[in-house]
Design a protein around this ligand. Structure first.
Ligand code: HEM
Ligand SMILES: *[C@@H]1O[C@H](CO)[C@@H](O)[C@H](O)[C@H]1NC(C)=O
Ligand SMILES: *[C@@H]1O[C@H](CO)[C@@H](O)[C@H](O)[C@H]1NC(C)=O
Length: 675
């Protein structure tokens, strides 16, 4: 019986494969005078002949299931396209490497769809922005069931339809209004809690940073911070749902057309969508009840409810989704650059004193405030460089082409999925000399091509390529800007970050009490990157050991004198890398489970840069690592604690709330899914 049903499934699959192949071959005609975009082929290898397949399938040592899979794999290979060539881990590096081979715009067949990868800002603008009329749709995400591009649920995934237009209008208003009010100073409020958490439990720095972002976002969305843990979980689960490397349904789309009982991934998605809907409803109801009692803090939801009819939403729940989606979009994204900041400060310690100098000069013994922005160009340069050096969304978020187009004599067929490949765009060598080096000076030194005046406004992350192109650009730029200025500014105001003494030979004499984050991912030796250069060959061959030659940075740095300066000799101490051991700490990170960390990927920490150890979902978040977090000034530490305690007494810092009962409802119809 089981064999029979398995056979019938197989039959359906084979039919599907043949049908797909028919469709793709029909659409292959090129318009006269146009060329096909270059790109990797991803075809059946000539060695795999029918005879090979027959031999494999007749081999007695394999089970039925294995044989079927082998046949399916080889017959399906042209449809899978280049999928097997793309590693799960750091796929964006593979796509950037292909750009070096095939040029700044190339196409690749992934699972039967045409994907176009753009590695230049200019081409991205020419297509995605200037031709926004045809390039502003979104591709279908197969793993999401209840939702789709017409459901007016997820603004970032929505087709360019009426639902998108009205939600985008709504988003513009709530963003503009809250920006005008300096985001109700929620970032400044939560910064104090974050600093106290960092002092108390430095080894949980990742948790502290993510909670900071999530709490601010939660307050912005609904006026309270208690739902922050839930919001993070909602964001994690949706990320899995939408990531090409997350839910199984995105890797093998036809699974989603099979019955639920056969595909646990489908049941998982149903439960996720149900839980999310309930969460959004509960949050909306809470703000409604707060408003009835006239004690609702400022929030996007309050703005929605105060002018319900103004937005033209079709049903009440649309407002819940419109606000909730912005909560989810902001829950984790902004934490990634904060984690990158920690990473950068450990590997490029020369910039830490410069940052301290500026913050001390501008803020003195009080915490950084929103109004300090114009006076903190170096802090803004560091933030801008974090976004460039390790883009939080390295592959960009794809657009979808709705009608045939041409570019420079190349044909781009309707239905192409367009990827502005931020990882490569942020590394264009003409614009970013020595692109692999973390170098904030490129934003504040006039001799760099990216320098821009006035320094009271630039550098800024606003309008940077990392926020996308044309009509679909990110709605959260101003929030991100505020959170990062206050968040990173506050950390730099209170702490010195540097490598763990055991990880480096160039350790500093600590004269203030030191809190040491515990080892969170094994004991790999981290080295200082004076200049890092990465290309695919070097990546594979290990880190490039460059001779330090006097560079722009060296020259400028000699102008800076600061107390407690780092050792004069900047020569990097090259140590042997030890493999990163997945530890329990990694469970708390976005996607990885212990033991599964490097599964199916070519990532080998022995040979590649440890600063490229990222999670694999859409948001590239640096993996937890150990470093030293030192309080710079006990008076400041004392002050932060006092301010925090005051807040606790006023009821400003309530703990987070559980929504689904015990164990986050793991076994109930509503609750946290396995991630
Ligand atoms: C560092 C943080 C962030 C990064 C790097 C980022 C990046 C992006 C990118 C690349 C896109 C797609 C743009 C395109 O299609 O061309 C996007 C869209 C979007 N972002 Fe962000 N984002 C961040 C933070 C936020 C925050 C905090 C919010 C909300 C509070 C937000 C809300 C949105 C929304 C609603 C869209 C969809 C716009 C549309 O499809 O029309 N983002 N973001
Ligand atoms: C898309 O979503 C809407 C609303 O949730 C639903 O009515 C419709 O059936 C969905 N369409 C598809 C193709 O899933
Ligand atoms: C960002 O772009 C918008 C629209 O093009 C423009 O109005 C705004 O001034 C720009 N902001 C910055 C800081 O460059």
């Amino acid at each position: 019986m089981a064999v029979l049903s398995f056979l019938s499934v197989l039959l359906v699959l084979c039919a599907l494969v043949l049908w797909k192949r028919l469709i793709t071959s029909r659409g292959r005609k090129l318009p006269r005078g146009l060329k096909k975009l270059p790109g990797p082929k991803g075809m059946v290898s000539p060695i795999i002949t029918r005879a090979t397949i027959r031999r494999l399938s007749q081999s007695p040592s394999q089970s039925w299931a294995q044989k079927s899979l082998i046949i399916l794999y080889f017959t399906g290979y042209p449809i899978i396209g280049s999928v097997p060539d793309v590693p799960e881990k750091n796929g964006f590096i593979k796509f950037s490497d292909w750009a070096k081979e095939y040029g700044p715009i190339y196409q690749v067949n992934l699972a039967g769809h045409n994907h176009v990868w753009i590695s230049s800002d200019e081409i991205s603008r020419d297509l995605l922005a200037k031709k926004g009329a045809i390039y502003s749709d979104r591709p279908h995400i197969p793993a999401l069931i209840d939702d789709n591009r017409t459901a007016a649920q997820y603004l970032p995934l929505s087709s360019k339809n009426d639902g998108w237009t009205r939600q985008r209008r709504f988003a513009n208003v709530i963003m503009r209004e809250s920006e005008k009010a300096l985001f109700y100073r929620y970032p400044e409020l939560e910064a104090k809690r974050m600093l106290v958490e960092l002092m108390d439990e430095p080894s949980k720095y990742n948790h502290a940073l993510e909670s900071f972002i999530s709490r601010v976002t939660c307050r912005l969305a609904w006026g309270h911070s208690e739902a922050n843990e839930e919001l993070k979980q909602r964001a994690r689960e949706l990320l899995i749902g939408v990531s090409p490397t997350g839910a199984l349904g995105n890797k093998i789309p036809f699974l989603m057309s099979l019955p639920d009982w056969l595909v646990p991934a489908k049941a998982w998605e149903r439960r996720r969508a149900r839980t999310e809907r309930r969460f959004f409803e509960l949050m909306q109801q809470q703000v409604e009840s707060d408003m009835r009692e006239k004690k609702a803090p400022q929030s996007w939801m309050r703005m929605f409810l105060e002018a319900r009819s103004k937005w033209g939403f079709q049903y009440e729940l649309e407002g819940a989704y419109a606000v909730g989606m912005h909560g989810i979009a902001g829950a984790l994204t902004i934490a990634a650059p904060m984690q990158t900041f920690c990473l950068a400060m450990c590997h490029y310690p020369q910039y830490m004193p410069m940052l301290h100098e500026e913050i001390d000069r501008v803020c003195g013994d009080r915490l950084p405030r929103s109004e300090d922005r114009p006076n903190l160009p170096f802090l803004r340069a560091v933030i801008r460089e974090c976004l460039r050096w390790r883009p939080p969304v390295p592959t960009g978020i794809p657009h979808y082409l709705i009608q045939d187009d041409e570019y420079n004599g190349y044909h781009i067929p309707a239905g192409s999925v367009m990827h502005p490949l931020e990882w490569a765009i942020a590394r264009e060598p003409e614009l970013f000399p020595d692109p692999e080096a973390f170098n904030p000076l490129r934003w504040i030194d006039p001799s760099y091509p990216t320098y821009r005046e006035p320094l009271t406004q630039y550098p800024t992350i606003i309008n940077s390529t990392q926020f996308g192109y044309g009509r679909r650009t990110c709605q959260g730029q101003a929030v991100s800007d505020e959170d990062l200025l206050i968040g990173i500014g506050s950390i730099a105001w209170l702490f010195t970050l540097c490598q763990h003494p055991e990880d480096t030979a160039t350790s500093q004499p600590p004269d203030t009490p030191t809190v040491e984050p515990e080892a969170t991912n094994g004991q790999h030796g981290i080295r200082i990157h004076e200049k890092a250069s990465i290309s695919s060959e070097e990546l594979n061959a290990g880190l490039n050991e460059m001779e330090p030659a006097p560079t722009m940075e060296d020259i400028i740095l000699t102008k800076y004198v600061y107390p407690g300066q780092y050792p004069d000799d900047p020569k990097p101490q090259i140590e042997e890398h030890k493999p990163v051991q997945p530890t329990l700490e990694r469970v708390t990170s976005l996607s990885e489970k212990p033991g599964e960390t490097f599964k199916g990927s070519k990532f080998d920490p022995k040979t590649i840069d440890p600063t490229l150890d990222f999670t694999t979902l859409l948001i590239a978040k640096p993996m937890p690592f150990r470093f030293q977090l030192t309080v710079r000034d006990q008076k400041r530490a004392q002050k932060v604690r006092e301010l925090f305690n005051e807040g606790v007494e006023n009821g400003a810092y309530t703990p987070s709330r559980e929504f689904w009962g015990e164990n986050h409802g793991t076994d109930k119809p509503l609750g946290w899914g396995k991630v």
